[in-house]
Design a protein around this ligand. Structure first.
Ligand SMILES: Cc1ncc(COP(=O)(O)O)c(C=O)c1O
Length: 358
């Protein structure tokens, strides 16, 4: 018989992954642009390296990739661990930071994978609802952590699916005041105005940041993420990692991508411009968008009803445009739309106009 912990849990529900080229896919916050050309050159070089690819094992610690991330992002040596997507890195943290039965605290809503990883690991958790304006109740999290004895706090920053980045001062006070580890999941930080990555394990010894190549480097299909923390913690978490957790292609692509900083800066600029235009275009149609610091927008539908949100979602799907609807109580009148290319945004807005007037 399987443990109750596993039988009673629900698995993570990803956005629909239909890869028909006719589909406009705005449901998983992927990057609409191809990665740096250096990524394709790296793949070609790998394919040409017939002495080792693919019959030999990959570099076990992804040493060159870790060193490049540290170098490009100006992080201290030994402070990075790379994983098979930031999802793997998060799973390692859930396994490594707490014992089964212990609890952590997180805002609600936030990335819906955290409770699933917790259940799979036998951890408990407390949730603290976001405030009326969807900002994270950082003081509330501190209070709950103290009363429920939570040794870890975790949240996405910018948060998902709201897109809100809390201000630096409030976050600083929170991290300094939290009686344990704070994990900031910075998957979307390259689209915001700041990152706390350089402070993880340095200015804030209790801070761990995670990030991913899936969003801002266009490598979702390669599955590469990383965490930044004090080197002592990295060495501990390294012990519970699979020996060869990143395959050769993933390491090569990520290494090429991180070095092309011009590509990354230009990409982030394009996405941010398209995001602001999307917000204006949606607001002018009666939607109410939450200010986003990410590559997606969470928008309240014009009638403010769950029925209309669901209707728009379904009608867009019929027109082969995929966005995300969440049946979560706090956001059931909202739709989450990933920022696409200007052309994709235009086609999505035309479809919206048809649906709203039809
Ligand atoms: C907040 C957040 N963290 C992490 C991830 C997962 O990223 P990865 O593709 O690196 O596993 C996502 C994916 O949507 C996300 O929204």
């Amino acid at each position: 018989m399987l443990p109750e912990r596993v039988r009673s849990m629900h698995g993570y529900v990803p956005g629909l992954q239909k890869n028909d080229s006719e589909i406009i896919k705005l449901n998983s916050n992927e990057n609409p642009y191809p990665p740096s050309p250096a990524v394709f050159e790296a793949l070609q070089a790998l394919a040409d390296d017939t002495r080792s690819f693919p019959q030999k094992y990959p570099a076990p610690t992804s040493r060159a990739l870790r060193a490049s991330i540290e170098d490009v992002l100006k992080l201290q040596p030994g402070s990075v661990l790379a994983g098979n997507g930031s999802d793997e890195v998060l799973a390692l943290l859930f396994r490594g930071l707490m014992d089964p039965g212990q609890s952590f605290v997180m805002p609600d809503p936030t990335y819906s994978l955290y409770p699933i990883l917790a259940r799979a690991t036998g951890l408990e958790y407390e949730t603290v609802p976001v405030k009326e304006d969807f900002r994270i109740d950082l003081d509330g999290i501190l209070r709950v952590a103290e009363s429920a004895n939570c040794k870890v706090a975790i949240m996405a920053m910018p948060n998902a699916p709201t897109g809100i980045a809390e201000d630096r001062e409030s976050l600083t006070r929170f991290i300094e005041g939290f009686p344990g580890w704070v994990v900031l999941d910075e998957a979307y930080s390259p689209f915001s105005d700041f990152s706390f990555m350089q402070k993880a394990g340095t200015e804030f010894p209790n801070l761990i940041c995670t990030c991913t190549f899936s969003k801002a480097w266009s490598l979702a299909g390669m599955r590469v993420g990383w965490m930044v923390a004090h080197p002592d913690l990295i060495a501990q978490i390294d012990k519970i990692r699979d020996s060869y957790n990143l395959n050769m292609a993933a390491q090569s692509c990520a290494l090429a991508a991180i070095r092309d900083t011009n590509w990354q800066n230009e990409n982030a600029t394009k996405i941010k411009q398209s995001r602001e235009k999307l917000i204006q275009d949606l607001n002018s149609r009666g939607f109410q968008c939450i200010p986003s610091a990410a590559n997606f927008v969470l928008a309240r539908v014009p009638e403010g009803s769950a029925e209309q949100a669901r209707h728009i979602y379904e009608e867009l799907e019929k027109r082969r445009i995929l966005i995300r609807y969440f049946a979560h109580d706090r956001i059931k009148e909202y739709l989450r739309i990933s920022v696409g290319t200007p052309d994709q945004m235009e086609r999505m807005l035309q479809a919206l106009d048809q649906i709203l007037t039809g």
